[in-house]
Design a protein around this ligand. Structure first.
Ligand code: RB5
Length: 148
């Protein structure tokens, strides 16, 4: 898959580790992040990456900031993006199967590199469920997104 990755300064060190894991799994990485630890603003990165995912230019996205929270909030403002901060493997699997999440967010200051690698592996390996009850709930979210 083509995986969009983006980060602010606080997410940069973890992004470097996780990028290696994503590439080792055979995915292509498209980079939207800053490449230093100089301070920058997470919404700038989140929105550009999210638009690329929503447009289908990338299959899935992974965002990193200090906590993973700001990136999730900003990414979820882009129509067609369903971002989930997952810092355990169960949450990552559920975010994909039940919620159809297409962007994963991490906190560079809140999760260690080994667990982050496991979480991203689960997220990328899990397909959204086609169970009607999950699809029905996702449609309700999309209706709100569309202003309904
Ligand atoms: C930057 O210090 C920090 O506020 C940011 O990376 C992120 O954690 C926001 O949610």
């Amino acid at each position: 898959m083509k995986i969009a990755m983006g980060n602010d300064h606080a997410g940069f060190p973890l992004r470097e580790v996780v990028r290696g894991a994503v590439e080792a799994l055979g995915h292509e990485v498209v980079d939207f992040g800053t490449t230093t630890q100089d301070s920058c603003d997470y919404p700038d990165v989140a929105v550009v990456l999210s638009r690329a995912v929503a447009a289908g230019e990338c299959d899935l996205g992974i965002l990193f900031c200090g906590t993973g929270i700001g990136m999730a909030i900003a990414a979820n403002k882009v129509e067609g993006v369903y971002a989930a901060r997952c810092e355990d493997c169960y949450a990552a699997r559920m975010a994909r199967t039940h919620n159809g999440a297409n962007v994963l967010t991490f906190g560079g200051r809140t999760i260690g590199p080994g667990l982050a690698e496991d979480v991203v592996t689960v997220f990328l390996a899990t397909e959204p469920s086609q169970d009607p009850r999950h699809l029905r709930r996702q449609v309700k979210v999309k209706q709100v997104e569309a202003g309904g």
